[in-house]
Design a protein around this ligand. Structure first.
Ligand SMILES: NC(=O)c1ccc[n+]([C@@H]2O[C@H](COP(=O)([O-])OP(=O)(O)OC[C@H]3O[C@@H](n4cnc5c(N)ncnc54)[C@H](OP(=O)(O)O)[C@@H]3O)[C@@H](O)[C@H]2O)c1
Length: 337
């Protein structure tokens, strides 16, 4: 049996292109004692992948040239020589951009499709959802009645941040890049307002949507959006610094923001990486699982068909052409017929 894989061919200087990747075919090795072979059904595409393509110093190792691109996956076990897994089981793992994964299974988490659609393990009930949960609740510490602002508000992380802010009794304001996305954030996700950062009146619109200032700003993008938010911060504001996607393709580092508002407003800004907070996974799965079952965590997915389209699909994240959690369907999902 052959395994189709996508490997990193070259490192981008600025914007990645499909040419940075290459499709290769290798034989699937035999399943030895203790190992689990699974077929990838879904591959998650996430902004952090841009960092893995680069050899600049970061919080995680780069993908080597000719190495299979990394990524979270949902798969079905097709052969198991590990008693903890049986053929037919659905699992969440980190098999990367390939059709088959094989390992001892230590990193796999079993999924029950009766509990939630399998793809949610890559979004609302997976890494992006946990990022939202940890960043907002542990660092942002929102209190009922406060104003929480979140950028990239229609996306995988931002959509969960805004809805948890509402669950916690806050005024929740989104920032997103199109009228369609803003409408979705208010009408479907239930946030109080959403402003389009590409509009000429963005700064005034944001001020109008935050009449009592901003107590928590969940930062996903950086750049001009962050500058606009800074002047509305309240005293003792908290800023979970989750991502800076506006800068991920920059060929040289942008000059820093004016930090004076952080000083004057005694604001707390804290960067965080979700995998440092794995001890919070049980609480995240319990709370978000319950809110999900209660219909209080809505989600939207942008599903692209075919592993071969992963390289071009990834680019959508960096110009906002994705609308919802970006996922590649690698093979058929027997639970969705
Ligand atoms: N710290 C952590 O552990 C951690 C974990 C997961 C994710 N993250 C970060 O969280 C952020 C959101 O990730 P996600 O997976 O939820 O992605 P996403 O929001 O589903 O997709 C990315 C979105 O970013 C926005 N964007 C892209 N380029 C932009 C620019 N130049 N200026 C402003 N907005 C831009 C686009 O939305 P618009 O159309 O609205 O512009 C795009 O749809 C990223 O910064 C990511 O790196 C951090």
């Amino acid at each position: 049996m052959m395994n189709r894989q996508i490997v990193l061919r070259s490192r981008p200087e600025s914007n990645p292109t499909a040419d940075n990747f290459e499709i290769v075919h290798v034989a699937v090795p035999p399943v030895t004692d203790g190992n689990v072979l699974r077929r990838t059904m879904y591959l998650s595409l996430d902004p952090y992948m841009r960092g893995r393509m680069s050899d600049a110093e970061s919080y995680a190792a780069s993908v080597a040239i000719r190495q299979v691109m990394v990524g979270h996956t949902v798969s079905q076990v097709i052969e198991s020589r590990n008693p903890q897994f049986a053929a037919g089981d659905f699992v969440a793992g980190y098999d990367g951009w390939q059709e088959f994964g094989i390992s001892s299974g230590r990193e796999l988490r079993k999924l029950d499709p009766a509990h939630a659609p399998l793809t949610t393990a890559l979004g609302t009930l997976g890494m992006p959802g946990m990022t939202a949960y940890v960043g907002l609740l542990d660092i942002g510490q929102p209190k009922a009645g406060e104003t929480v602002v979140v950028s990239a508000a229609s996306g995988a992380v931002g959509s969960v941040v805004g809805q948890i802010a509402k669950i916690k009794g806050c005024r929740a304001v989104g920032i997103a890049g199109s009228p369609d996305k803003c409408r979705y954030v208010v009408e479907e996700l239930g946030l109080d307002a959403c402003v389009n950062y590409k509009s000429e009146s963005f700064r005034e619109d944001l001020a109008g949507a935050c009449p009592s200032g901003i107590d928590v700003y969940f930062e996903n993008v950086g750049g001009a959006v962050f500058v606009a938010v800074m002047r509305l911060l309240n005293v003792n504001a908290r800023i979970p610094l989750c991502g800076l996607i506006a800068d991920y393709n920059a060929a040289k580092m942008p000059s820093g923001p004016n930090l004076r508002p952080i000083l004057v407003k005694r604001a707390l800004i804290k960067g965080f990486i979700v995998f440092d907070h794995n001890d919070r996974a049980p609480a995240f799965l319990k709370d978000c699982g319950q809110w999900f079952r209660e219909g209080r965590l809505k989600y939207r997915e942008d599903i692209v068909d075919g592993l071969e389209h992963a390289p071009t699909a990834l680019l959508k994240l960096f110009d906002g052409r994705n609308f919802g959690k970006l996922i590649v369907r690698v093979s058929d999902d027997p639970t969705r017929t």
